[in-house]
Every structure is written in structure tokens, then in C-alpha cells.
Ligand binder design. Sequence first.
Ligand code: F6R
Length: 240
Amino acid sequence: MRIITFETSDALAVQCADIFAELLRSAGAPVLGLATGASPVPTYKELIRRYKAGEISFRNATTFNLDEYCELPKNDKNSYFSFMHEQLFDHVDIKEENVHILNGNAPDLKAEAQSYEARIRSAGGIDLQLLGIGTNGHIGFNEPDNKFTKETFVVELAQSTVKSNSIYFTDGAMPKHAITMGIGTIMAARKIVLIATGRSKAAAIRKTVLGDVTPACPASILQFHPDVTLLLDEAAASQI
Ligand code: F6R
């Protein structure tokens, strides 16, 4: 595990954007795994800036998002489909047909999960997976459990996740289920970058880096991945 600490979240975002930019420039058809939430927003802003400056292009890129809420209309302001379009896709030259976001409203969610895995395989696997981390150590929506998950599946969100994310659901109740890449899907990515900022993430980062590898802290599995970089601000890194 490589760990880099930054004084500001802007400096962190520049470094994270550098990692994406390098892949976008060097790979013929890069496959990106993307995250939602507050953590990646500065990185997406920096990527948009570089696209507008003519430094990078998403023309040949394919993307797979980690997760999506179930039973939330695709165009709801809190869906991850809306989030990704507002925060990144609407501002760069990605081809819509190359954007993959799980459909949390699919009539058969098991079939949706299997088809997502098949789409990742047929794209050649994920080159670079971006992750945030929950205060409970979740990655994607793989919540603390007594076993590690394998492939994309439907999950009941943990109480702590509902508490953290319900701040966004000002007009209605937050969904209690989501569909998410499994730990196996995430671990199959060739390179992983996890970003965390703020003191609320410090305990989860300590368990991820220094704790036992246990499904009680899903992110701890990253200790077994050969190419993981943690980009942290000083508050998130304060317990390691
Ligand atoms: C988002 C995701 C989650 C978030 C995590 C942190 O696609 O899979 O694991 O990365 O909940 O969220 P923020 O960045 O909002 O603290």
C-alpha cells in the first residue's frame, strides 16, 4: 500500500487527477472505475479543468461506477446516474454508450448484477478503480459483514451509511438498498486509488492500513491488492 498525505484536499485532487490523466494519455482504451460521494468531487473538477484546457480526453474511455441506489428514479437528483452526469460526464467528451452505471430499478436485479460483471469482463477489466471509504470502512456499498462479497450484488445499507447519506435526501426518505460491485469485482481492478478526507474517516483509515484483514472493515482487504494508493488529507491520516 502506498500512502500519500496532503495538506489540502485540492492538492490531493491534483495528484488523483494526475493518476487518471496518465492512464487517459497512455492507454488506447482506458477502463475507469468511478466513485460518487463528496470525496471525488474535487478530482472530477480538476479532470474537467484539464479536459477544457485540452490536456486530456475521455473520447476512448469506458467507465463503470461502483454502485447505485435501488428504487430511486434514474433522474432523481440523488441518483448516482444524476451525480456522475452533473459532476463529470456532462462536462467532458465521454461517449454515453461507454458509460456504465448500475440500474437500481432493473426488474431483475440479479440479472442486472450478472450483466454488469459481463460488461466489465468484455471491456477487458478495470484499469484504474477510484474509491472513497465509509466511516464504517465500506468500499462501494460493501458494508461490514462476516464475509467478503464476490461479485456485484444487492445490499441492505448499514445504519451508519443511511445516517451519513440521508443529509442529501432533503425531499424524501433515503433508499435502504443499493446495488454495488462486490469486493471481488473491486479487487480485480489492476490499480486502485482510495481517497479520504476529514477526521471522520481517520478510524476507518487506521483499520484499513493497520488492522487485521477482516470483512468487519471491508477496505482492509486492500492490504492484499498489489497496486493500491491511498491519497489522504492530514485529518484522515491522523491515526496512522
Ligand atoms: C460511492 C461509494 C461509497 C463512498 C463512501 C464515502 O460510490 O461507493 O463507498 O465512496 O461512502 O462517501 P463520501 O465521499 O461522501 O464520504
